[in-house]
Design a protein around this ligand. Structure first.
Ligand code: ZN
Length: 255
């Protein structure tokens, strides 16, 4: 590490700005690495979401099939019970003594037959529902398989790109941690707030008398003040933190 050129002792503000600018450089580097991944992180996320949703639908449909089977079986048992009861009533009709008793049994038999017909209609409806649900579940199988294949492929691509730049990314992350440790919480929060709102660039140099972020002209008086490095300056238009050439140079030398 080369000793930094310093004619005068660095002011507290200069140190703050130098650290913030260094952090900005690291973050731009990390952004660049992220951009190399292109749409892949987003694609992988979307595919995973579609897959999860289809798996959930399939589970729901299968659960419905199970419930329908239970309902159908219960209906089946009820029909059999009613049929047995009818047989019993028919047997009793041979043993009764009065017409009144006979008619009462006939009435019971008729009621049971009506109930059986109603249950048979219900059973058909349940069978129909089950067939539809089974078809739905079956249709989901190839769709899920296709999604799984595509997700695996995209994830493989993303891993390859990530691995390619892993070393550089780790180095930058490590550097970032070191810089963040030297910055006050308030400064870091301010930096992150502007960075998130302003397209990843919170700290910009003044280039050709203009803001390096939005290219708005910086008044000469402000440039003079900026060079003194005794006040934190922001661009009047975009609100980004402005740094002087001196900070930019020192920041490079400090690496
Ligand atoms: Zn600006």
């Amino acid at each position: 590490m080369l000793p930094r050129k310093q004619e005068k002792k660095e002011s507290a503000l200069e140190t703050r700005l130098r650290h913030l600018f260094a952090l900005q450089k690291v973050d731009l580097g990390l952004n660049e690495l992220e951009e190399m991944k292109g749409d892949l992180p987003f694609t992988v996320k979307k595919l995973q979401e579609s897959l999860d949703s289809k798996l959930l639908t399939k589970a729901e449909v299968e659960h419905m099939v199970q419930q329908t089977i239970v309902a159908r079986d219960a209906t089946d048992v009820e029909i059999l019970t009613l049929k047995e009861r009818i047989e019993k009533y028919k047997g009793q009709q041979f043993q009764v003594k009065t017409n009144k008793q006979y008619d009462a049994l006939t009435r019971e038999i008729e009621l049971s037959q009506v109930r059986i017909m109603k249950l048979q209609v219900e059973m058909e409806a349940l069978e129909g529902k089950m067939t539809v649900a089974r078809n739905d579940a079956e249709q989901l199988v190839p769709e899920i398989a296709e999604l799984e294949t595509e997700l695996a492929e995209r994830r493989k691509e993303l891993n390859a790109v990530t691995k390619e730049h892993e070393e550089e990314e780790t180095k930058l992350q490590h550097e970032r941690e070191k810089i963040v440790a030297r910055i006050s919480k308030a400064d870091y929060q301010m930096y992150e707030r502007i960075r998130k709102a302003k397209d990843g660039r919170a700290v910009v140099p003044v280039k050709r008398n203009s803001c390096g972020g939005c290219f708005n002209r910086v008044p000469p008086q402000k440039i003079l003040e900026l060079r003194k490095n005794d006040m934190l300056m922001t661009c009047e238009r975009c609100g980004r933190i402005l740094v002087s050439d001196e900070i930019v140079e020192n920041s490079s030398a400090a690496e």
